[in-house]
Design a protein around this ligand. Structure first.
Ligand code: PEP
Length: 246
Protein backbone atom coordinates (compact mmCIF):
# COMPACT_ATOMS: atom_id res chain seq x y z
CA UNK A 1 0.00 0.00 0.00
CA UNK A 2 1.46 3.44 -0.84
CA UNK A 3 2.57 5.55 2.09
CA UNK A 4 0.36 8.43 3.11
CA UNK A 5 2.31 11.58 2.32
CA UNK A 6 3.64 13.38 5.38
CA UNK A 7 3.01 17.13 5.40
CA UNK A 8 5.01 18.79 8.17
CA UNK A 9 4.85 22.44 9.22
CA UNK A 10 7.91 24.00 10.87
CA UNK A 11 6.78 27.14 12.69
CA UNK A 12 10.36 28.04 13.70
CA UNK A 13 10.34 30.97 16.21
CA UNK A 14 6.81 32.06 15.32
CA UNK A 15 3.63 31.75 17.33
CA UNK A 16 2.05 32.86 20.59
CA UNK A 17 -1.01 31.35 22.26
CA UNK A 18 -3.17 33.51 20.02
CA UNK A 19 -2.08 31.21 17.14
CA UNK A 20 -4.00 28.23 18.58
CA UNK A 21 -7.04 28.89 16.32
CA UNK A 22 -4.73 28.39 13.31
CA UNK A 23 -3.86 24.92 14.49
CA UNK A 24 -7.52 24.14 15.16
CA UNK A 25 -8.29 25.08 11.54
CA UNK A 26 -5.40 22.83 10.41
CA UNK A 27 -6.85 20.05 12.57
CA UNK A 28 -10.25 20.44 10.89
CA UNK A 29 -8.71 20.06 7.41
CA UNK A 30 -6.50 17.15 8.50
CA UNK A 31 -9.43 15.02 9.57
CA UNK A 32 -10.52 14.35 6.00
CA UNK A 33 -7.05 14.52 4.41
CA UNK A 34 -5.09 11.67 2.83
CA UNK A 35 -1.86 13.11 4.22
CA UNK A 36 -0.50 12.63 7.71
CA UNK A 37 -0.03 16.08 9.17
CA UNK A 38 2.47 17.28 11.78
CA UNK A 39 3.12 20.72 13.25
CA UNK A 40 6.40 21.73 14.87
CA UNK A 41 5.56 24.83 16.94
CA UNK A 42 7.94 26.63 19.29
CA UNK A 43 8.29 24.49 22.42
CA UNK A 44 6.29 27.03 24.45
CA UNK A 45 3.19 26.06 22.44
CA UNK A 46 3.52 22.27 22.73
CA UNK A 47 1.44 21.96 25.92
CA UNK A 48 -1.42 24.28 24.93
CA UNK A 49 -1.54 22.81 21.43
CA UNK A 50 -1.60 19.26 22.78
CA UNK A 51 -4.55 20.25 24.99
CA UNK A 52 -6.34 21.96 22.12
CA UNK A 53 -5.74 18.94 19.83
CA UNK A 54 -6.75 16.30 22.37
CA UNK A 55 -8.34 13.84 19.90
CA UNK A 56 -6.72 15.15 16.72
CA UNK A 57 -4.86 13.25 13.99
CA UNK A 58 -2.40 16.18 13.84
CA UNK A 59 0.92 15.19 15.37
CA UNK A 60 3.16 17.64 17.22
CA UNK A 61 6.91 17.91 17.33
CA UNK A 62 9.85 19.87 18.68
CA UNK A 63 12.37 21.70 16.49
CA UNK A 64 15.52 20.47 18.25
CA UNK A 65 16.54 18.64 21.43
CA UNK A 66 19.56 18.17 23.68
CA UNK A 67 21.47 14.89 23.70
CA UNK A 68 21.10 14.36 27.46
CA UNK A 69 17.86 13.53 29.29
CA UNK A 70 18.52 16.15 32.00
CA UNK A 71 21.34 18.16 33.54
CA UNK A 72 23.06 21.52 33.83
CA UNK A 73 22.35 22.76 30.31
CA UNK A 74 20.79 26.19 30.73
CA UNK A 75 18.29 27.04 28.05
CA UNK A 76 18.18 23.56 26.49
CA UNK A 77 15.33 21.06 26.35
CA UNK A 78 15.72 17.30 26.40
CA UNK A 79 13.86 14.91 24.13
CA UNK A 80 12.10 13.57 27.23
CA UNK A 81 10.86 17.09 28.05
CA UNK A 82 9.47 17.53 24.54
CA UNK A 83 7.71 14.19 24.87
CA UNK A 84 6.34 15.20 28.26
CA UNK A 85 5.04 18.47 26.76
CA UNK A 86 3.08 16.59 24.09
CA UNK A 87 5.52 16.05 21.21
CA UNK A 88 5.49 12.85 19.13
CA UNK A 89 8.25 13.91 16.77
CA UNK A 90 11.29 16.18 16.51
CA UNK A 91 13.12 17.95 13.67
CA UNK A 92 16.88 17.50 13.91
CA UNK A 93 19.74 18.97 11.89
CA UNK A 94 17.70 21.79 10.33
CA UNK A 95 20.08 24.03 8.39
CA UNK A 96 19.20 26.96 10.67
CA UNK A 97 20.74 24.90 13.47
CA UNK A 98 23.59 23.42 11.43
CA UNK A 99 24.64 26.89 10.25
CA UNK A 100 23.25 29.27 12.92
CA UNK A 101 24.30 27.07 15.86
CA UNK A 102 27.29 25.35 14.24
CA UNK A 103 25.78 21.88 14.70
CA UNK A 104 27.91 19.15 13.15
CA UNK A 105 26.59 15.89 11.76
CA UNK A 106 27.93 13.91 14.76
CA UNK A 107 25.88 16.14 17.08
CA UNK A 108 22.79 15.56 14.95
CA UNK A 109 23.39 11.81 15.23
CA UNK A 110 23.67 12.09 19.02
CA UNK A 111 20.42 14.08 19.14
CA UNK A 112 18.77 11.46 16.96
CA UNK A 113 19.79 8.78 19.45
CA UNK A 114 18.31 10.95 22.22
CA UNK A 115 15.05 11.34 20.31
CA UNK A 116 14.73 7.58 19.89
CA UNK A 117 15.54 7.07 23.59
CA UNK A 118 12.59 9.34 24.47
CA UNK A 119 10.22 7.73 21.96
CA UNK A 120 10.17 10.66 19.53
CA UNK A 121 10.07 10.09 15.78
CA UNK A 122 12.87 12.15 14.21
CA UNK A 123 12.87 14.05 10.93
CA UNK A 124 16.55 14.50 10.07
CA UNK A 125 17.30 17.37 7.68
CA UNK A 126 20.10 17.51 5.17
CA UNK A 127 20.89 19.90 2.34
CA UNK A 128 23.68 21.66 0.47
CA UNK A 129 24.46 25.39 0.36
CA UNK A 130 24.42 27.29 -2.93
CA UNK A 131 28.25 27.42 -2.98
CA UNK A 132 28.44 23.67 -2.51
CA UNK A 133 25.98 23.11 -5.36
CA UNK A 134 27.84 25.49 -7.64
CA UNK A 135 31.12 23.72 -6.88
CA UNK A 136 29.56 20.38 -7.86
CA UNK A 137 29.68 19.06 -4.29
CA UNK A 138 25.97 18.31 -3.79
CA UNK A 139 26.28 14.51 -3.88
CA UNK A 140 29.35 14.50 -1.64
CA UNK A 141 27.70 16.82 0.91
CA UNK A 142 24.42 14.91 1.04
CA UNK A 143 26.19 11.55 1.28
CA UNK A 144 28.39 12.74 4.14
CA UNK A 145 25.41 14.27 5.97
CA UNK A 146 23.48 11.02 5.61
CA UNK A 147 26.40 8.86 6.70
CA UNK A 148 27.32 10.97 9.74
CA UNK A 149 23.93 12.35 10.90
CA UNK A 150 21.99 9.06 10.83
CA UNK A 151 23.08 6.74 13.66
CA UNK A 152 22.94 2.96 13.32
CA UNK A 153 20.31 2.93 16.10
CA UNK A 154 17.76 4.04 13.46
CA UNK A 155 17.69 0.43 12.28
CA UNK A 156 14.18 -0.88 12.93
CA UNK A 157 12.88 2.56 14.03
CA UNK A 158 10.42 4.94 12.39
CA UNK A 159 12.12 8.08 11.11
CA UNK A 160 12.12 10.45 8.16
CA UNK A 161 14.70 12.38 6.14
CA UNK A 162 14.06 15.84 4.71
CA UNK A 163 16.05 17.19 1.77
CA UNK A 164 16.17 20.95 2.26
CA UNK A 165 18.64 22.76 0.00
CA UNK A 166 19.83 25.67 2.15
CA UNK A 167 19.47 28.08 -0.78
CA UNK A 168 15.78 27.17 -1.15
CA UNK A 169 14.76 27.83 2.45
CA UNK A 170 12.77 31.02 2.80
CA UNK A 171 14.08 32.38 -0.50
CA UNK A 172 11.30 31.57 -2.99
CA UNK A 173 13.89 29.62 -5.07
CA UNK A 174 12.80 26.03 -5.68
CA UNK A 175 15.21 23.54 -7.29
CA UNK A 176 14.41 22.13 -10.71
CA UNK A 177 12.48 18.87 -10.85
CA UNK A 178 15.67 17.04 -11.84
CA UNK A 179 17.57 18.49 -8.90
CA UNK A 180 14.86 17.41 -6.45
CA UNK A 181 14.54 13.89 -7.91
CA UNK A 182 18.32 13.43 -8.01
CA UNK A 183 18.62 14.26 -4.30
CA UNK A 184 15.61 12.20 -3.25
CA UNK A 185 16.86 9.13 -5.08
CA UNK A 186 20.32 9.52 -3.55
CA UNK A 187 18.68 9.59 -0.11
CA UNK A 188 16.43 6.62 -0.81
CA UNK A 189 19.37 4.55 -2.12
CA UNK A 190 21.40 5.38 0.98
CA UNK A 191 18.51 4.42 3.28
CA UNK A 192 17.77 1.18 1.45
CA UNK A 193 21.42 0.16 1.70
CA UNK A 194 21.80 0.90 5.41
CA UNK A 195 18.42 0.29 7.03
CA UNK A 196 15.92 -2.52 6.80
CA UNK A 197 13.00 -0.94 8.58
CA UNK A 198 9.48 -2.23 8.61
CA UNK A 199 8.21 1.34 8.31
CA UNK A 200 9.91 2.74 5.21
CA UNK A 201 11.12 6.28 5.98
CA UNK A 202 9.35 9.17 4.32
CA UNK A 203 11.71 11.27 2.24
CA UNK A 204 10.47 14.85 2.39
CA UNK A 205 11.29 17.85 0.26
CA UNK A 206 11.54 21.26 1.97
CA UNK A 207 12.37 24.77 0.76
CA UNK A 208 9.89 27.45 -0.38
CA UNK A 209 6.97 25.04 -0.61
CA UNK A 210 3.80 27.07 -1.26
CA UNK A 211 0.16 26.23 -1.98
CA UNK A 212 0.87 26.73 -5.69
CA UNK A 213 3.83 24.35 -6.05
CA UNK A 214 2.96 21.67 -3.47
CA UNK A 215 0.90 19.47 -5.77
CA UNK A 216 3.62 19.37 -8.40
CA UNK A 217 6.41 18.70 -5.90
CA UNK A 218 4.44 15.74 -4.53
CA UNK A 219 4.33 14.16 -8.01
CA UNK A 220 8.14 14.02 -8.23
CA UNK A 221 9.91 10.67 -7.86
CA UNK A 222 11.00 10.06 -4.30
CA UNK A 223 9.02 12.93 -2.77
CA UNK A 224 6.67 11.40 -0.26
CA UNK A 225 6.09 14.41 1.86
CA UNK A 226 6.87 18.09 2.36
CA UNK A 227 8.52 20.10 5.13
CA UNK A 228 7.01 23.56 5.04
CA UNK A 229 8.24 26.68 6.84
CA UNK A 230 6.63 30.05 6.12
CA UNK A 231 3.55 28.66 4.40
CA UNK A 232 2.66 26.52 7.43
CA UNK A 233 1.93 29.48 9.70
CA UNK A 234 -1.48 30.32 8.28
CA UNK A 235 -4.11 27.59 8.09
CA UNK A 236 -5.44 29.12 4.85
CA UNK A 237 -2.11 28.34 3.12
CA UNK A 238 -1.16 25.17 4.93
CA UNK A 239 -4.55 23.58 4.39
CA UNK A 240 -4.13 24.07 0.63
CA UNK A 241 -0.79 22.26 0.86
CA UNK A 242 -2.43 19.44 2.85
CA UNK A 243 -5.17 19.25 0.19
CA UNK A 244 -2.50 19.03 -2.54
CA UNK A 245 -1.70 15.55 -1.25
CA UNK A 246 -5.28 14.24 -1.71
C1 PEP B 1 12.07 25.14 6.58
O1 PEP B 1 12.49 25.99 7.35
O2 PEP B 1 12.15 23.95 6.91
C2 PEP B 1 11.51 25.57 5.32
C3 PEP B 1 11.37 24.67 4.40
O3 PEP B 1 11.19 26.90 5.20
P1 PEP B 1 10.39 27.61 3.98
O4 PEP B 1 9.25 26.70 3.61
O5 PEP B 1 9.91 28.91 4.55
O6 PEP B 1 11.36 27.75 2.86
Amino acid sequence: MPKHPLIAGNWKMHGLREAIPEVLAIDAASRSARASVAIFPPSTLLCPMREALADSPVRLGGQDCHTEPLGAFTGDLSAEMLKDAGADMVILGHSERRHGHKEACEGVAAKTRAALRAGLEPIICIGETLDQRQEGLTHAVLSKQLRDSLPETLEGQTFHVAYEPVWAIGTGHVPTDDQVVDAMLLIQKHLAKRFHNQVVPHTLYGGSVKPDNARHLLTLDGVDGLLVGGASLKAADFNRIIAAAD
